[in-house]
Design a protein around this ligand. Structure first.
Ligand code: MF3
Ligand code: CO
Ligand code: CO
Length: 276
């Protein structure tokens, strides 16, 4: 059975109950999410051939520190970095290191800042120099998948409607949807109920209600959907080593749709893509 509760009076642990946030929660999330979006905007002019993912990670830490925020991933379940940097066939949770990015790579940078106790979670793809048309197309399909998932959000719809919108579109574009990771409730907790699957049918899942806040973060592959996690315990890669992409927004359900908290103030959510 699904239960909903007032976020204000709920204990700060994931009990499986779905929190409903009021105007104060929405305002706090706007602030945390806009800081994350500004950091990701700054990265558009930092990501380049020769730059290491540790350099990106250091920027994420320092930009947060300069604005009173801490990266939620730092010391989260043993993770020791301020961001995830996932290159080419890395699906998610790539660990920043000292290897330079190379011309033609595509890299997802995933940042979650905690500002005044609230979590702003977003990720984008960055092309590294000139990239192949296949990589550009995968990023276009993944971005469009996210936006179609977001368009399905409204009170009364089920979480399955989000997954269905994403899966129907991505598969029609001859891509596949990763099943092993999902979007999640977010707010004063990093990972909360409900899970937001990126596949499924509209009649599945829990009913969306005004005040719910969650991420949508589809991972879309050019090849087969299967992933494996490397020996470091984090890095998830496509089993067939095919190219993969991901975009993530944090959204809040309103009375007639949703508000995207992590929109780019500079219009740089999808750098390198010509969006229709
Ligand atoms: N930011 C990721 C998400 O979208 C979670 C990263 S957890 C980490 O949910 F530990 F891998 F960093
Ligand atoms: Co997330
Ligand atoms: Co994230």
């Amino acid at each position: 059975m699904v239960t909903y509760l007032d976020a204000q009076s709920a204990p700060l642990k994931n009990t499986g109950q779905i929190r409903l946030h009021g105007p104060e929660g929405f305002e706090a999330m706007r602030k945390a999410c806009q800081l994350t979006a500004r950091c990701l905007d700054e990265l558009a002019s930092i990501v380049a051939p020769g730059v290491t993912t540790n350099t990106i990670d250091r920027f994420v830490f320092e930009f947060g520190a300069d604005h009173g925020a801490l990266p939620a991933t730092l010391n989260y379940r043993g993770y020791t970095k301020s961001s995830c940097t996932s290159i080419n066939h890395v699906v998610c949770h790539g660990i920043p290191d000292d290897k330079p990015l190379r011309e033609g790579d595509i890299v997802n940078v995933d940042v979650t800042y905690i500002l005044d106790g609230w979590h702003g979670d977003s990720s984008r793809m960055y092309p590294v120099g000139e990239i192949k048309r296949a990589a550009e197309r995968l990023m276009e399909v993944t971005h469009e998948s996210l936006m179609r998932g977001i368009a399905a959000v409204r009170p009364g719809a089920r979480t399955g409607a989000i997954g269905a919108a994403i899966q129907t579109y991505a598969e029609a574009e001859r891509c596949s949807v990763v099943r092993d990771f999902c979007g999640h409730g977010v707010g004063q907790l990093f990972h909360d109920a409900p899970n937001i699957l990126h596949y499924g049918t509209p009649n599945e899942g829990v009913e969306l209600r005004e005040g719910m806040i969650f991420t949508i973060e589809p991972m879309i592959n050019l090849g087969r959907p299967h992933v494996k996690v490397l020996a470091d315990g984090w890095t998830a890669v496509t089993r067939d080593r095919s190219l993969t992409a991901q975009y993530e927004h944090t959204v809040g359900v309103t009375n007639n749709g949703c508000e995207i908290f992590t929109l780019s103030p500079a219009g740089l959510f999808a750098p390198g893509l010509k969006l229709e």
